[in-house]
Design a protein around this ligand. Sequence first.
Ligand SMILES: NC(=O)c1ccc[n+]([C@@H]2O[C@H](COP(=O)([O-])OP(=O)(O)OC[C@H]3O[C@@H](n4cnc5c(N)ncnc54)[C@H](O)[C@@H]3O)[C@@H](O)[C@H]2O)c1
Length: 438
Amino acid sequence: MNVVMVGTGYAGLVSGLGYAKLGHRVACVDTDASKIARLDLGDVPFYEPGLPELLRDMQEAGRVVFTTDLAQVIDGSDVVMLAVGTPPRPTGEADLRYVFQAADEVGACLGHEALLVVKSTVPVGTNRRVLSHVREAMTATGRGELAPLIQVASLPEFLSEGRALADFFAPSRIVIGAEDPVAHDLLERLHAGVSAPLILTTLETAELTKYAANAFLATKVSFINEIAHVAERVGADVRTLAKAIGMDPRIGPSFLQAGIGYGGSCFPKDVSALHQLAGYNGYDFKLLSAAIEVNNRQRDLFLRGAEDVLGGFQGRRIAVWGLAFKPRTDDVRESAAIDIVQRTFARGAEVAVYDPKAMGRARSVLGDRVEYAPTAMDAASGADALFLLTDWPEFREVSFDTLREGMMSPLIFDGRNLLADLRLRDRGFTYYGVGTNG
Ligand SMILES: NC(=O)c1ccc[n+]([C@@H]2O[C@H](COP(=O)([O-])OP(=O)(O)OC[C@H]3O[C@@H](n4cnc5c(N)ncnc54)[C@H](O)[C@@H]3O)[C@@H](O)[C@H]2O)c1
């Protein structure tokens, strides 16, 4: 099949290269000319394991092209997929301007029957509006007679950054929302070679499924964080507790790590968007309000705890390990770590940061207000305290003796409980985890 992927960010590029690997011919389109230029040269503009190798293979096989010119590649396409961003608006609802802009651009140059597929995470009702945009743009540019031939389908993306390719080729499920069985069939064929259960459903169910999945996982994170506070107060250990409850298949072990809370480009915006969507439809989704409130409070409590122990941040040197919103990605969007760095700095601390992959992206958010250390040890050198904010496994591998000797005072606030089982108190550190007596 011929696939046009509009938007080559984390979701669009992974999927575009994934479809190429499945044997389709893929044209990846983006308005960001510098991104397209880099991709054309075989350079992935963000960190995602395995993606540079797949890009090289697909370019060598001649199955993928990159362009800023949608009109140049749209002819002959069977599927036109939108994977543009849907960032949050200040009110919490999804900002759909990129989606509708892309739909208008598609409609302005589409001259044949094709299936329009929305991969971006969008509120219920958006797919139908996208179809209207495309059809109206076709009519406005003199191709109205073709407009009824265009159909829309919702194909929510469930990939997780850091393991995105594994998720593409072996997803837990593929959800396809469409009105027309022909669209279901076409997308089923597009995914031939991917072994996963297919859920064929309506547009609305597919759209809501994506939000429900992320909202559930975010709620799970907030739940274990609430338990962590109870555990701290009663002398229990949240990590052992999480392991024990996670063994129950009705609960499952994922997203039960207590810490400074969720962040990233999806959970915060999707939880807020679902909360807004419910509100607009006359329903007060109380559980989500609480999940959001608990998540925000985790950061407040972490900072308050550190501030109390240090007697204030003014003039203190704080080392920060981890800036990405989670390990194995360079994505810092809505990262809890970035928020904590900004607030620590704002309260008068001198902050030295280190992240294995996210330094470049963090710099574009944090600017010159913090010191960017070349290694984790350099960041910690002379520090009054170390904040561990992203659970990169390599932070467990450092020499803790060297770390202790290099710090001004051996004080660790572990916002991810990554080091909780290393008995750091026995090794001369003052160690604080989240809900743990480690
Ligand atoms: N990142 C993830 O892990 C992930 C996972 C599941 C779902 N999603 C969803 O996928 C969507 C995209 O997310 P992302 O993280 O890939 O975003 P992103 O910001 O990394 O990428 C979006 C891309 O779209 C491009 N773009 C914007 N308008 C365009 C237009 N008119 N024509 C062509 N390109 C255009 C931007 O330049 C950018 O490169 C969002 O709705 C997100 O919620 C993302």
